[in-house]
Design a protein around this ligand. Structure first.
Ligand code: SME
Length: 166
């Protein structure tokens, strides 16, 4: 059994630093893309407070297709440029949305979602996937959360073999 330690007195930066070390340990010894994507989705859902969805959309042609995730059933395909995920895919920039209801074109998979972060996964210059997190709280994600979550995604990328998917 892999036990995840959380420290309630740590600062946001310290928390992500500690989580990142535990994530590296969790993913060590396994490089399969689907396996690590599933573990990573669950790890984030289990350790980051106030999330209602955590998971992947894989880049397939000109659209995103639902991958491993934790949360309620979700829309399966998102064209590039549509919604928050599609914007992350075309811009290759993290999208951090304070209030999804104020984001024109937001795709509501779970009506409870109020704020969202989507981080593109780019390997050797190619978009492989986006990693999406939803929260039922408006403004859940600060710039420190964004930086911490980007570090976790970087560790996932480092731990994973994408060669068959590129
Ligand atoms: N809200 C996303 C769609 C995916 S779900 O949140 C899981 C979007 O606007 O792209």
């Amino acid at each position: 059994m892999f036990t995840i330690e959380t420290n309630p007195t740590a600062s946001v930066e310290e928390s992500y630093h500690e989580l990142n070390a535990q994530l590296a340990a969790l993913l060590s010894g396994e490089r399969d893309f689907i396996c690590n994507a599933a573990q990573f989705s669950a790890f984030v859902m289990q350790t980051v407070a106030d999330l209602n969805w955590s998971g992947f959309y894989f880049s397939r042609g000109e659209e995103l297709v639902l991958g491993p995730y934790v949360g309620k059933v979700a829309c399966t395909r998102i064209p590039f440029g549509r919604g928050v995920c599609g914007k992350a895919a075309t811009s290759l920039q993290t999208q951090r949305i304070e209030d999804v209801h104020a984001f024109e074109g937001h795709i509501a998979c779970d009506a409870a979602s109020a704020s969202e972060v989507v981080i593109p996964i780019v390997v050797e210059g190619k978009l492989i996937a986006v990693f999406d997190m939803d929260s039922p709280k408006v403004g859940r994600f600060s710039d420190l959360d964004q930086a911490g979550l980007e570090t976790l995604v970087a560790t996932f990328i480092e731990a994973t073999d994408f060669s068959w998917s590129i």
